[in-house]
Ligand binder design. Structure first.
Ligand code: MCA
Ligand code: AMP
Length: 511
């Protein structure tokens, strides 16, 4: 369980890129923004680092940020790396309960809440190419690769989000693996329309640009029409499957729009083989699907050279060791029975490598998450909770999850978290939350509730459903709120007494 290994800290890698490619554009000009060069961004980040230190941030301090994606928040992230504080972003739409949980758990030194608050610390861009800023010199901040650079919160089967501390070395190592696998260089122009409070937008997409000197076409949110217009002249785009569903809904998403594109990638959720073929037919480009987790960063990718197999997440990235471990009686919480030719038996995906985390913030390594090494002294294997098969070419095919997780539009929703909120409602006895297949979102969050015995009998099922949705809305981010609530007399249970979610999915999802 080593994080970062022999690689330098991300901030050093970016510093070297700035030295080499200072005049190149990090962000291309937009209607509201002048182009920002690497050197300009770095100077601005020096100014912002001084701002962060003024409000009390120092090495190792958590900096919790709830703000929409913006150039200023990108600069604040770079500044945080320079100061050595731990960048801890929260979804801009997080409710007070979600935000409060992170604050209570991370115990931040500094909290930036809202765009205004980020801008106050970051200030305006220093004027002109010659505008100079005295870089702040925080004491004792020579960054070793093991120094924690960021922390992202991810829920789990317990329902309470846990912090994943990620070292600067892990970020640099994983970015290097992706740059190598995807052939990124300073000549690339990446269309960046992903949110920046998740690993995908913050580490995968930004990591590939910042560590090579590539330029970005930057969008504060994903809008399919705008993204299609931005494709000509760009070379790379990274998205979640829902982005591609929306792009395919645009008649202008075609070969002409993609004529300069060399790389389309997809990740965070399964891309169907049908989706893969539709994109290829329309654009002439086979999407490179990849797979990863916040806890491990990116693990596998289909190759640039060599077959990109639809329905497969590809081969282990450089530096990643991957095996299929014992299932130990775990039944899949979600299973996909699409046949995989020429593939071995299903096992739990277990991994190790330079970017795999060590343990959740404030906790010790939980034995259930780790499989013992084959030989004493070797690192343990992290059990991802994903179920897969390996084909004879070594490609990984994900076939289900042992963890109870719904992925909607590339965002993870842990049923336990939603169930905990709904079960606090006095009108319900118990609730099960399941994911049902959805053409646009991949899966949609659905709740199945049993009314409480004490509830007023005059209340209709529809009224109860509405009350539960209202309760969910006040505590949970909007994407976690059930799209539909079914009211039933009792929940089906298996022989172990556990709620049989597969049965519920069959009943309410027709499959
Ligand atoms: C928004 N809504 C959603 C979602 N997003 N509902 C379900 N699932 C979602 N993902 C709801 C809102 O709550 C709102 O509902 C309505 O849709 C419109 O909201 P809006 O903000 O306008 O939506 P949008 O801007 O169109 O956003 C949809 C999106 C976005 C573009 C698909 O969700 C997105 O960019 N997703 C990418 C997520 C991502 O980057 N994941 C990476 C995680 P209402 O009107 O009822 O309030 S990192 C990861 O998983 C690992 C490490 C990995 O491998 O990458
Ligand atoms: P997160 O907790 O946000 O880091 O999400 C990680 C989870 O997303 C993984 O454990 C997988 O279940 C899922 N995931 C990521 N990429 C893919 C993919 N390409 N196909 C299927 N599932 C994926």
């Amino acid at each position: 369980m080593t994080q970062g290994g022999a690689t330098p800290h991300l901030v050093e890698v970016i510093g070297a890129v700035v030295e080499r490619f200072g005049d190149r554009l990090l962000v291309e000009p937009t209607a509201d923004l002048e182009g920002l060069t690497y050197a300009g961004a770095w100077r601005w980040a020096d100014q912002a680092a001084a701002g962060l230190m003024r409000v009390g941030a120092g090495p190792g301090d958590r900096l919790v940020v709830r703000a929409p994606k913006s150039i200023e928040s990108l600069i604040a992230y770079l500044a945080c790396l320079k100061v050595g504080a731990i960048w801890t972003p929260v979804a801009p739409g997080a409710t007070s309960a979600e935000f409060g949980h992170v604050i209570g758990d991370a115990e931040p030194r500094v909290v930036l809440d809202g765009h205004r608050s980020v801008c106050d610390v970051v200030g305006g861009a220093p004027a002109g190419p010659d505008g100079s800023v005295d870089p702040p010199r925080p004491a004792g901040t020579t960054p070793g690769p093991e120094r924690i650079a960021a922390m992202l919160y991810t829920s789990g089967t317990t329902g309470r989000p846990k912090g994943v501390p990620i070292s600067g070395g892990a970020l640099a190592a994983n970015a290097a693996a992706l740059v190598d696998a995807w052939g990124f260089t300073e000549r690339d122009v990446l269309v960046h329309a992903l949110p920046t409070h998740h690993a995908h937008g913050l580490f995968v997409a930004l990591g590939c640009a910042l560590t090579t000197g590539a330029s970005m076409r930057w969008f504060d949110r994903f809008d399919a029409t705008t993204v299609v217009e931005a494709l000509p002249g760009a070379s790379a785009f990274m998205g979640v499957p829902t982005h591609y569903v929306r792009l395919l809904g645009q008649p202008r998403f075609n070969r002409a729009a993609c004529r300069t594109m060399r790389l389309l990638t997809s990740g965070s959720a399964p891309l169907s083989a049908v989706g893969f073929r539709r994109i290829a037919d329309r654009t002439g480009i086979e999407v490179v699907e990849r797979y990863g987790m916040t806890e491990t960063l990116m693990l596998t990718s289909n190759p640039l050279a060599g077959p990109r197999k639809p329905g497969s997440v590809g081969l282990p990235l450089p530096g990643v060791e991957l095996r299929l471990g014992a299932l130990d009686g775990v039944a899949p919480a979600e299973a996909d029975d699409t046949p995989v030719d020429d593939a071995g038996p299903v096992g739990m995906v277990e991994v190790r490598g330079a970017a795999v985390f060590e343990h959740y913030w404030g906790r010790t390594a939980a034995p259930a998450d780790w499989a013992r090494p084959d030989r004493p002294g070797e690192p343990a294997w992290f059990r991802t909770g994903d179920l897969g098969r390996l084909d004879s070419d070594g490609y990984l095919h994900l076939v289900g999850r042992a963890k109870d997780l719904i992925i909607s539009g590339g965002l993870n929703v842990y049923p336990a978290e939603v169930e905990a909120v709904l079960e606090r409602h006095p009108d319900v006895e118990e609730v099960a939350v399941i994911g049902l297949s959805d053409d646009q979102w991949g899966q949609r969050v659905t709740a199945v509730a049993v009314r409480s015995a004490t509830m007023d009998t005059g209340t209709s099922d529809a009224e109860l459903a509405e009350r539960l949705v209202d309760a969910a809305r006040s505590d949970l981010s909007a994407y976690k709120v059930p799209r539909r609530v079914h009211v039933v007399d009792s929940l089906p249970r298996n022989t172990m007494g556990k709620v049989d979610k597969a049965e519920l999915r069959r009943t309410f999802g027709g499959g």
